[in-house]
Design a protein around this ligand. Structure first.
Ligand SMILES: NC(=O)C1=CN([C@@H]2O[C@H](COP(=O)(O)OP(=O)(O)OC[C@H]3O[C@@H](n4cnc5c(N)ncnc54)[C@H](O)[C@@H]3O)[C@@H](O)[C@H]2O)C=CC1
Ligand SMILES: O=C(O)/C=C/C=C(\O)C(=O)O
Length: 486
């Protein structure tokens, strides 16, 4: 039986109280292994190890030495690619064909991108005139913030965890990671890589467990944690914000979305269909940037809907290792209950189910897994809950629109503000509409096309702060002004 232990101060450790919980496969509900659940004792040990490591060899390294070490970590993940791939797909059920293009390469790249960007970033400097005529120089000096708590979700486990750990370490911090209880495997495996690469003990720590009254809460309320970075649900973000208010700790929150896709009649129809298919259905719709509301200009509405239905019908559900499969199960039976409750609600709210809408028959071997059908609805009113609440499943609602003003108002009519996708061959219109989106991110004629040097984050209830490229500096470092009187 596989065991997932904490990784504290460079060593794998069990919980003192012996508490464990099950890790089950979403593919068929079989038992993958047992996960140790951290209590206050393990969280305290991990945070103290991280604090101590700031004063050890890690704290004395130059930026160039840290960069070299993090490059080694990236290379080692790539050398152990198949192990990471297998672990990620076992936990999430996602197809190898997707994880080998998105999750694992990005999981490694996150360790390279930031150390390069951050170490090449100039510091600010101002010359001040003084009455004696000699002047003064002001120089911005950045130091690591300290111990960073990383609370990561289950949808892109390695990618989203290293998206935070990469810049945190590049800036010289130490981390304690609490991966999602659903997906402990790749974060645990990363501990081995850290040791193999010679990352000093205590720099990277992992504690397993749940959120409230478990490892998540113990970590975010720990007084020695200097800052908290989180990706997940908006309500959890609020709880973490409350925890961080004690001691005025910094937070970076990347939360939910109810993202619009806007398809103008002058788009390249096939490009728009292909992009919207990916944005609604890749990773079984479990991407915070995913499109759950699609608005299509009336002249092409019927043609677009027809093409989307044809493409959904072609999606191939199957086990992760099936080379033909491009659609896996949801992450857990619990999450499937949530998604299915929205499938039922859509019907109650008056939707026309254009395709899907239920649980597929996957055969005796897989029917215990968390499978759902990819689903398209039409005909819902704009105030329907299905149109306004994040579902985080493989589904979208498609609605026609008539004018640019109308679609901008519809797209912005949400508490969320993470991402939008716009499809049109008229670039002036595309930019005009993009500038009016109340979101942190807009893609024009693309979706999830990522340049890691750019700002990433959400407006409104989709989050607080921006990470990515040099934007991470604001969160992961403390900026001190040094004034030198000449
Ligand atoms: N990337 C995203 O934007 C994600 C959004 N979600 C959304 O959230 C919904 C619920 O999924 P969950 O896994 O329950 O998300 P969640 O937001 O509850 O969990 C994310 C992480 O936060 C931790 N956590 C939960 N409560 C906490 C607390 N009080 N203090 C500290 N840590 C805490 C969890 O253990 C996990 O590691 C999904 O249905 C989906 O709508 C879920 C995962 C990722
Ligand atoms: O590319 C990224 O860094 C992130 C992508 C996806 C999410 O943040 C998410 O689904 O939460």
């Amino acid at each position: 039986m596989k065991e997932f232990r904490h990784f504290i101060n460079g060593e794998y450790t069990a919980s003192v109280n012996g508490k464990t919980f099950e890790n089950r496969s979403p593919v068929d509900n079989s038992l993958i292994g047992m996960v140790h659940e951290a209590g206050q004792i393990e969280v305290d040990a991990a945070v103290k190890a991280a604090k101590q490591a700031l004063k050890g060899p890690w704290g004395r390294m130059t930026a160039a030495q840290r960069t070299a070490l993090l490059n080694k970590v990236a290379d080692r993940i790539n050398e152990r690619f198949d192990e990471f791939l297998h672990a990620e797909c076992l936990d999430t059920g996602k197809p190898h064909s997707i994880a080998c293009h998105i999750d694992i390469p990005r999981g490694a790249a996150n360790f390279k991108a930031f150390s390069e960007t951050l170490s090449n970033h100039p510091t600010e400097g101002f010359r001040l005139d003084t009455p004696d005529g000699k002047g003064a120089l002001n120089v911005g000096h950045r130091t690591p913030k300290g111990v960073i708590a990383v609370i990561s979700p289950w949808n892109l486990p390695l990618l989203l965890m290293t998206w935070k750990v990469g810049p945190a370490l590049a800036c010289g911090n130490t981390v304690v990671v609490k991966p999602s209880e659903e997906t402990p495997a790749t974060t645990t495996l990363l501990g081995e890589v850290m040791n193999e690469c010679g990352v000093p003990a205590g720099v990277f720590n992992v504690v397993h467990g749940f959120g409230p009254q478990s490892a998540g809460e113990f970590l975010t309320t720990h007084p020695l944690v200097d800052a908290i970075t989180f990706t997940g649900e908006t309500r959890t973000g609020e709880a973490i914000m409350k925890a961080a208010s004690v001691g005025l700790r910094n937070i970076s929150l990347e939360c939910g979305g109810k993202n619009p896709g806007i398809v103008f009649a002058d788009c390249d129809l096939e490009k728009a269909v292909e992009g919207t298919m990916r944005s609604a259905f890749v990773n079984c719709g479990q991407v915070c940037l995913g499109t759950e509301r699609v608005y299509v200009e009336r002249p092409i509405y019927d043609a677009f809907l027809k093409r989307m239905k044809e493409e959904v019908a072609k999606l191939k559900l199957g086990r992760p290792e099936d080379p033909e499969a491009n659609f896996g199960p949801l992450v857990s039976l619990e999450h499937r209950d949530k998604v299915i409750s929205y499938y039922q609600l859509a019907v109650e709210e008056g939707a026309t189910v254009e395709i899907g809408g239920g649980i597929p028959d996957m055969g005796v071997d897989l029917n215990n897994g968390a499978w759902v059908e990819p689903t398209i609805w039409t005909g819902l009113k704009d105030d329907a809950r299905v149109i306004n609440e994040e579902i985080f499943g493989p589904c979208c609602h498609i609605r026609p629109f008539d004018t640019e003003e109308e679609v901008i108002a519809l797209a912005n009519d949400t508490h969320y503000g993470l991402a939008a996708a716009i499809w049109t061959e008229n670039s002036a219109k595309a930019v005009r509409v993009a500038e009016q989106m109340e979101t942190g991110l807009v893609w024009i004629n693309s979706w999830f096309l990522r340049d890691l040097r750019t700002a990433f984050g959400g407006a409104k209830q989709s989050g607080i702060g921006r990470e990515g490229g040099v934007h991470g500096l604001e969160f992961y470092t403390e900026l001190k002004n040094i004034c030198i009187k000449l």
